[in-house]
Ligand binder design. Structure first.
Ligand SMILES: NC(=O)c1ccc[n+]([C@@H]2O[C@H](COP(=O)([O-])OP(=O)(O)OC[C@H]3O[C@@H](n4cnc5c(N)ncnc54)[C@H](OP(=O)(O)O)[C@@H]3O)[C@@H](O)[C@H]2O)c1
Length: 162
């Protein structure tokens, strides 16, 4: 599986309720990479999406420990083990992990690559949720794009492998 995220220089990814940056080019990149694929997320990330609704044109799998929680249009898993069993049953070999912090951390050991939009500037709000520090973990970065500029931010698309 692959993780995909937009990260601040300090590896921040969110303030607990939403994303840190508004960068349309990044959202477009995210859509183009994940369209037609399976996406895996935590319950809090689903609730942070517009209307708390699953992403269209993708198979959505959501992790929660709450066995009474069954929103429409998503597969629900109650543990990492249950998730891995579901992926096997669906014959899904290349899903995207789309957050948030708790889910990236737990699924990183299963990821062969992380696709990160790295923003050069600190975000306007203080992050409280973080992506694992891949540089500290010894992962290797490949830069996929020239620096892009939008909304006063410079950013580039990168791919990290262990
Ligand atoms: N920058 C980016 O690319 C990006 C991407 C995605 C999200 N985000 C941000 O990240 C933040 C949310 O991240 P978060 O860490 O707070 O929450 P999260 O990872 O989205 O979801 C956490 C929830 O997932 C469930 N969960 C976690 N581990 C589980 C397990 N092993 N088995 C079953 N369920 C499990 C629990 O749900 P229950 O409480 O229901 O049991 C837990 O409360 C938001 O600010 C969001 O905007 C940023």
């Amino acid at each position: 599986m692959k993780a995909i995220a937009a990260v601040a220089p300090n590896w921040g990814i969110g303030d607990g309720t939403g994303m840190l940056y508004r960068i349309p080019g990044d959202l477009k990149f995210f859509r183009s990479r994940t369209a037609g694929h399976t996406v895996i997320m935590g319950r809090r990330t689903l609730e942070s999406l517009p209307g708390g609704k699953p992403l269209p044109k993708r198979r959505n799998i959501v992790l929660t420990r709450d066995r009474r929680w069954h929103p429409r249009g998503v597969y629900v898993c109650h543990s990492i083990r249950e998730l891995l069993e579901l992926l096997t049953a669906l014959e899904e070999t290349d899903p995207f992990v789309i957050g948030g912090g708790e889910i990236y951390r737990q699924l990183l050991p299963y990821c062969d690559s992380c696709i990160l939009t790295r923003v050069d500037q600190a975000p306007p709000v203080t992050p409280s949720v973080f992506f694992p520090d891949l540089a500290a973990l010894g992962w290797h970065e490949t830069v996929l794009s020239e620096p892009q500029e939008e909304n006063g931010y410079t950013y580039r698309f990168t791919e990290w492998r262990p």
